[in-house]
Design a protein around this ligand. Structure first.
Ligand code: CDP
Length: 204
């Protein structure tokens, strides 16, 4: 059985938590596509060529903790504007999306470019302040020394860059279902997503 769920949205909207919970609930595999761009961004910060880094990426050996910093996030959104980097990473994501057993992919362009035929498309968002506050709590709980102001600036700068780029900009697909989590806790957001997916599954 192939079933693809695309979850897109702006920086720190809670896509990761939501995607993991949804994948867990349905027994599907999960791919955080942001990590691919973060890994290429980190390689560029270390002096590598972005295209070379994208070609040599091994998604099974990514150091997820080191990739979570705001510096790497900024570098990721810069390399993500490079059409060639995006093209190199496309096949891996598409193959993941159509694997047997179902897949959940989260990112910016999953419903629009990577999986335009996804069975379910969700666009998860929240106000910049709410997103920055959540990300601030997440990073500081991991022992990272960041301020709320820096995190808010990072979120806003990435949103602007991701929305304004020419290739695969951050935008909700026409057929995506919007989930605004500004006034919602994560349990409610997960339940909303599960309800939407169950409805779609019932009609397929
Ligand atoms: O977790 P957060 O929402 O902060 O970011 P992420 O999903 O890890 O993505 C990091 C950066 O990678 C984003 O700001 C985008 O520039 C880029 N990205 C992208 O362009 N396309 C994707 N499918 C996923 C991430």
């Amino acid at each position: 059985m192939k079933f693809t769920i695309a979850i897109d949205g702006p920086a720190a909207a809670g896509k990761g938590t939501l995607s993991k919970a949804v994948a867990n609930h349905f027994g599907f595999a999960h791919l955080d596509t942001g990590l691919l761009y973060r890994a290429v961004g980190a390689a560029v910060l270390a002096g590598q060529d972005p295209h070379e880094a994208a070609r040599n990426l091994d998604p099974t050996t990514m150091n997820t903790t080191a990739l979570r910093t705001p510096e790497v996030a900024q570098a990721a959104s810069k390399v993500a504007a490079d059409a060639k980097v995006r093209a190199i990473l496309l096949d891996f994501q598409r193959a993941f999306a159509t694997r047997a057993g179902g897949a959940v992919l989260d990112g910016r362009d999953i419903g629009t470019v990577i999986c335009p035929d996804a069975h379910v498309k969700l666009f998860v968002t929240a106000s910049p302040e709410v997103r920055a506050h959540r990300r601030f709590l997440e990073l500081t709980s991991k022992g990272m020394d960041v301020s709320l102001e820096t995190v808010l600036a990072d979120v806003k700068a990435r949103d602007a860059r991701d929305r304004d780029r020419a290739t695969a900009p951050l935008v909700a697909a026409d057929d995506a279902i919007l989930i605004d989590t500004s006034d919602m806790d994560i349990e409610t957001a997960v339940q909303n997503a599960i309800d939407v997916i169950n409805q779609k599954r019932g009609t397929i």
